[in-house]
Design a protein around this ligand. Structure first.
Ligand code: SF4
Length: 277
């Protein structure tokens, strides 16, 4: 119960900080059957009962056609508790296995296809928000991946308007630690659907960064929480982004000078990976 309260508190703080929910929202909760999305759904449906605004949830799962997909476990869970739920079958598995050469990771195409399906479903089902189960550790791994491999200082948006302006994606768990979600999922005995049915290789860069962060946290407890805090405490004037400086009214070279000062040659990802492994 303590854990549920802690997670609910962190989630409510993120929802308030980023104004994620409005009166009358119909929130489509993307439930993959993993620990994070089950937890998100459980916490959001709880919140819907006691929040000062009225909103409803609709859990949605996409059966992507992976061999042996045990979707019936999730269906049973939702039916037993009377939660509004839709399972939609869209065979993206055949598409990714057809398009991506063997040995390469499927995740990038798979996620893009899944996101497109979620957007379409949100429109069809009249949902005003799409809630995803990304948490604190997803955000800081993404921050580090962008920092180390892409030369960009960005994590993931807590709230995002889709490119076509039609959908609002929210990530209410961005302040929640993965270890708390894992403990909560095991406390609640959610019937977890395995995530390795697609046979895709885990992304090597993500794996290397996750190891690095776990190591950092072991040496300096609280490092991951401090990284989350850093995302909420940015000093733009202490960064070197000239556009950001301009937006603050600080004096920098005019935009036409930018091209001349090409400052940052990116080092190749493979050489960085060698250093991290
Ligand atoms: S692990 Fe499999 S199901 Fe998940 S995003 Fe990657 S390819 Fe898709």
């Amino acid at each position: 119960m303590e854990l549920r309260r802690k997670l609910a508190r962190n989630m409510s703080r993120a929802i308030t900080d980023f104004d994620m929910l409005e009166e009358g929202d119909r929130v489509m909760v993307a439930v993959s059957g993993g620990k994070d999305s089950y937890s998100l759904h459980a916490l959001l449906t709880d919140l819907a009962k006691r929040a000062p605004i009225n909103f409803t949830t609709l859990a949605v799962n996409i059966d992507q056609g992976h061999p042996g997909y045990p979707g019936h476990l999730l269906q049973q869970y939702m039916d037993d508790r009377g939660f509004p739920f839709r399972m939609v079958r869209e065979d993206t598995y055949s598409i990714v296995t057809d398009k991506i050469p063997e040995g390469k990771t499927y995740c990038s195409l798979c996620s893009r296809l899944r996101r497109g399906i979620l957007y379409r479903l949100a429109t069809e089902l009249g949902c005003t928000k799409i809630a995803l189960g990304h948490h604190r550790d997803d955000a800081i791994v993404t921050l580090m991946l962008n920092l180390v491999f892409s030369g960009q200082l960005k994590a993931m948006p807590p709230k995002l308007l889709s490119d076509d302006g039609k959908h609002v994606v929210i990530r209410p768990l961005v302040y929640c630690a993965e270890e708390d979600l894992a403990a909560f999922a095991s406390e609640e005995a959610f019937p977890i659907l395995p995530c390795d049915l697609c046979g895709s290789q885990e992304n090597l860069q993500r794996k290397a960064i996750s190891r690095l962060l776990a190591d950092l946290d072991a040496r300096s407890p609280g490092a991951r929480q401090n990284m989350l805090a850093a995302l909420t405490n940015v000093r733009p004037s202490h960064l070197f982004d000239k556009d950001l400086w301009r937006s603050l009214g600080l004096h920098v070279a005019p935009p036409e000078e930018d091209a001349k000062g090409a400052s940052t040659d990116l080092v190749s990802a493979s050489s960085l990976l060698r250093g991290l492994s």
